[in-house]
Design a protein around this ligand. Structure first.
Ligand code: T46
Length: 134
């Protein structure tokens, strides 16, 4: 499976670091929504779904966490622990987020507004949607 990571340019000086992300330039889509998760419960695993259309970039802007990507045929785990690196998660990709450090802040840039009908929350339905036989 091809994993697409995006490295953003940190603008560092003696005051610290600043990362700027522009839509359709630093990320491959127009950003219609930003959300982030924090204060994640110890040991919790989130996600467990795919999206029909949504594209996203996940950036752990503080702390660390792991992401499981599963296209129905192959699985890959990625560690996010650098605020200047983003993981691209395209549509039709099952994702789970886990091993959050207590200080983790996982920020997500999304190509669409929130739409529950875009979610596939059942793994068998995800395989069926992608014409993958068990
Ligand atoms: C994804 C992974 C990486 C909203 O009201 N608006 C929003 O934009 C979002 C993302 C969520 N919500 C509500 C819906 C639920 O009541 O917030 C609650 C938690 O959402 P969910 O259980 O979907 O969270 P995760 O962590 O399982 O998944 C989220 C995104 O939903 C999903 O698109 O790819 O993060």
């Amino acid at each position: 499976m091809e994993i697409k990571m995006y490295s953003f340019q940190p603008h560092g000086d003696n005051r610290g670091q600043l990362v700027a992300i522009e839509e359709n330039k630093d990320v491959p889509f127009s950003v219609r929504r930003v959300y982030y998760m924090y204060d994640t419960t110890f040991g919790v695993r989130r996600g467990y779904h795919a999206h029909k259309q949504l594209e996203q970039i996940l950036i752990c802007v503080h702390g660390s966490c792991k992401i499981l990507l599963d296209n129905g045929l192959e699985k890959e785990e990625v560690i996010l622990d650098n605020p200047s690196v983003g993981l691209y998660v395209g549509n039709n990709m099952w994702r789970e987020m886990f091993d959050f450090s207590p200080d983790a802040v996982l920020m997500v840039l999304a190509s669409e507004l929130y739409d529950e009908s875009d979610y596939i929350r059942d793994y068998d339905a995800f395989l069926k949607y992608n014409n993958i036989c068990k």
